[in-house]
Design a protein around this ligand. Structure first.
Ligand SMILES: C[S@@+](CC[C@H](N)C(=O)[O-])C[C@H]1O[C@@H](n2cnc3c(N)ncnc32)[C@H](O)[C@@H]1O
Length: 324
């Protein structure tokens, strides 16, 4: 009996995976949009040329877990939360996070046992996943931005350089509040640069395609240099060099701001440990930094950590303010 209950316990735990799987399929094939106004399964199947049996099964799961609702005349309709927050075309969509979890995180974690036994670690394919990861990172902006603004105001900053800026979301938000600041973003990935330029074209934000590891131009010395959500792309030696480079790029009394999930932090240990497992399973990604490690990079570069404040406690995500 105890064995049966143990089996039941694990089955129950895994039940939580079902909504994520269902939402991921729905997001990938835009199904919540196709059922947004109510439609018969056969209509959607024919229009979208999908496998009928599999679509029917997906609909059955959706009805069972509340992602879809049954209407009259045999029609099925998406729950409005799914259309609003998962559909590809909704401006509120978080569906890209499902792609990252299901297509990047889960496969990597499945390869973990082989890597632990000495098989080659998987490669993080920046070209394929870069745009997805840059989009999911930007989901944090709403929470992190007010903290960023506090530092900008307190230091009366007039120029900001964002290293590895992704789509330039932070710079765009800063521009909206302070259109007179000099705002520059450096980004390596060609496709992301193109989209970042598009997204910032109505602003004075300048996006430069380049590698932050060898970016140094006097002209871009700034009051604030940001390095958000990117330290895990670099080895410890490279991180130390990034700090040294940042120091050169900072004006007198400037601030280096780093946003990152921290290893062994006070908050969010389960999440940061899982994130760290994911990073470490790749041959070309590196473990999360710890507060101690960041303090050491700062000290060796002639900088000083001023403040470490949590942004998302359950994720162990922090904003670290480093002073020149
Ligand atoms: C996880 S995203 C974070 C984007 C943004 N900073 C944020 O916090 O939302 C990391 C970004 O750093 C860029 N990146 C990685 N290595 C880089 C390098 N050597 N030089 C410039 N950008 C780089 C990636 O292409 C990606 O867009």
């Amino acid at each position: 009996m105890k064995r049966l209950l143990e089996a039941r316990k694990w089955m129950k735990k895994n039940e939580e995976f079902l909504p994520t799987w269902h939402a991921h399929v729905g997001y990938s094939l835009d199904l919540f949009d196709h059922f947004a106004k109510g439609a018969k399964v056969q209509e959607v199947q024919r229009k979208q040329e999908l496998d009928e049996a599999l679509l029917k099964r997906w609909v059955e799961v959706g009805l069972a877990i509340g992602h879809l609702k049954k209407k009259r005349n045999g029609k099925v309709k998406s729950h409005k939360e799914m259309t609003r927050y998962i559909s590809r075309h909704s401006p509120y969509s978080v569906g890209v996070l499902l792609t990252e979890m299901m297509e990047l995180h889960i496969p990597t974690l499945l390869s973990y046992k082989d890597a632990m036994k000495g098989k080659e670690r998987v490669s993080y394919l920046e070209k394929d996943y870069g745009p997805i990861v840059a989009q999911t990172s930007s989901l944090l902006e709403a929470l992190a931005f007010p903290k960023l603004m506090e530092v900008i105001k307190k230091n009366k900053a007039s120029s900001i350089l964002d290293m590895g800026c992704g789509y330039g979301g932070y710079l765009s938000r800063i521009y909206e509040k302070n259109p007179d600041l000099k705002l520059t973003g450096i980004e390596l990935h060609e496709e992301i640069v193109k989209e970042a330029k598009e997204q910032t074209k109505q602003t004075n934000v300048e996006i430069i395609q380049g590698d932050i590891q060898d970016f140094y131009t006097k002209e871009y010395k700034s009051d604030i240099v940001m390095m958000n959500n990117l330290l895990y792309y670099f080895s410890m030696e490279e991180r130390q060099d990034l700090f040294k480079n940042a120091k050169e790029l900072l004006n007198k009394k400037g601030r280096l701001l780093i946003m990152a999930p921290l290893q062994n932090s006070k908050h969010g240990q389960a999440f940061s440990a899982a994130f760290n497992s994911f990073m470490s399973a790749h041959e070309n990604l590196y473990p999360l930094p710890s507060e101690k490690e960041i303090k050491s990079y700062a000290k060796k570069s002639g900088l000083k950590v001023k403040k470490v404040s949590p942004i998302i406690k359950e994720g162990g995500w922090y904003l670290i303010e480093v002073a020149k």
